[in-house]
Design a protein around this ligand. Structure first.
Ligand code: 13P
Ligand code: 13P
Ligand code: MG
Ligand code: MG
Length: 366
């Protein structure tokens, strides 16, 4: 059976700043999807990560389907009304357009979708990150899919010997989707050369070269490109199919032990370590640190199992302690050097205005 897994995520308001959506907001989105998705959704799952709500859906309508995208858009609109009534912060933050125009891509919410012939056993992972950007997944994807130091299956499994095809997007190009296809293992230096630049080049999808099947889909929305100004970080979602022709679950999770430094954190303008957190976690220290959650599922005939929280295990408590130390260390230097993002990435206008004002006062000494 051919099914599509779609995840659509938005920040439509949260309690106490950019921390967590309210219970009534989550209820409203859940009720809307359950009521209006009747008849065409096979299944769905609603969750939050920090201040973002994600709607995970299974159906047979394919990728980029208007009915599916509109359902999510309208659910977020209904939620926004509740957010306004509750006085939530940033009500409707990610809904950047007034009316729905066929595809939710380019309207604010983040989208990741995989259409596939369901395997007899179909395990997959759903990742959601907050207070960071889509490129935050670049390093873990590179390591999980190309590096035998992390992905033992590249050496041990006959199903992965041909490697993977990466589609990478240049997200600085705003007039359309500018993409490149590169193959691992032969192009890994080229892949690395692009993926080191998290805010410019972002993995959009990965395909198995053994079977041709899609392994991964990442949301690549850049909100400030759509709105033309800062509107919050583009907190990304991702889907990854695992096992058999794809890396094992643990090979995909492994690289999150690093707590690598990513852009985001306070006001989307800082550098901080990416902390793997439990499902439905909130945000705290310095509007961060940047977080990532992972729900593991199996799906059969479009019906989802219950989610298993992939980062709820004693091992990840140890990782979280180390990542907290890393966050504390970089925060001690405040605005200085790499702790704050470079001028080109500063999403709030304030510093841009200060520099413009000071430029007039500068004089070249005679
Ligand atoms: P099992 O032998 O338990 O199926 O595990 C295989 C595997 O891939 C573990 O990473
Ligand atoms: P979000 O992008 O998660 O809304 O966070 C914005 C922000 O400014 C946090 O300090
Ligand atoms: Mg927010
Ligand atoms: Mg957010």
């Amino acid at each position: 059976m051919k099914i599509t897994i779609s995840v659509i995520k938005a920040d439509i308001g949260s309690i106490g700043g950019h921390i967590k959506p309210s219970e009534s907001l989550l209820e409203t989105v859940t009720d809307y999807i359950s009521e209006y998705g009747k008849g065409f959704l096979k299944d769905f799952y609603i969750s939050f990560t920090g201040d973002d709500i994600a709607i995970l859906m299974t159906h047979t309508l394919g990728k980029g389907n208007e009915k599916i995208h509109k359902l999510a858009w309208e659910a977020f609109k209904a939620g926004t009304l509740v957010a306004k009534n509750q006085g939530l912060y940033g009500a409707g933050q990610d809904l950047l357009k007034d009316s729905f125009s066929g595809n939710i891509k380019g309207m604010g919410p983040a989208v990741a979708e995989i259409e596939t012939e369901e395997r007899p056993n179909e395990p997959f992972l759903f990742f959601a990150a907050d207070k960071t950007e889509p490129g935050a997944y670049n390093l873990p994807l590179y390591l999980g899919f190309t590096d035998p130091m992390y992905c033992a299956g590249l050496l041990l499994s006959p199903d992965m010997t041909k490697g993977f095809k990466f589609t990478i997007m240049d997200v600085a190009h705003t007039k359309g989707d500018k993409i490149i296809h590169l193959n691992s293992p032969e192009d890994i230096y080229d892949i690395a050369a692009l993926l080191r630049d998290n805010d410019r080049f972002v993995v959009e999808s990965i395909y198995s070269r053994n079977s041709g099947e899609q392994a991964a889909a990442v949301s690549t929305t850049r909100l400030h490109n759509i709105a033309g100004k800062y509107t919050g970080k583009d907190d990304p979602v991702m889907l990854i199919r695992v096992q058999k022709n794809f890396p094992a679950t643990g090979e995909i999770l492994g690289p999150y032990s690093i707590g690598h430094l990513v852009g985001g954190f306070m006001r989307g303008s800082h550098t901080g370590p990416l902390m793997p957190v439990k499902l439905n976690s909130t945000i705290s220290y310095f509007d961060g640190p940047p977080v990532v959650s992972c729900a593991a599922f199996c799906v059969h005939n479009g019906k989802l199992t219950e989610p298993v929280d992939a980062f709820d295990h004693p091992y990840w408590d140890f990782v979280r302690d180390k990542v907290s130390q890393k966050a504390y260390d970089i925060r001690r230097q405040g605005f200085s050097g790499p702790a704050m993002l470079p001028y080109s990435e500063l999403e709030y206008g304030g510093i841009v205005e200060i520099l413009k004002r000071l430029e007039k006062k500068f004089k070249v000494r005679k």
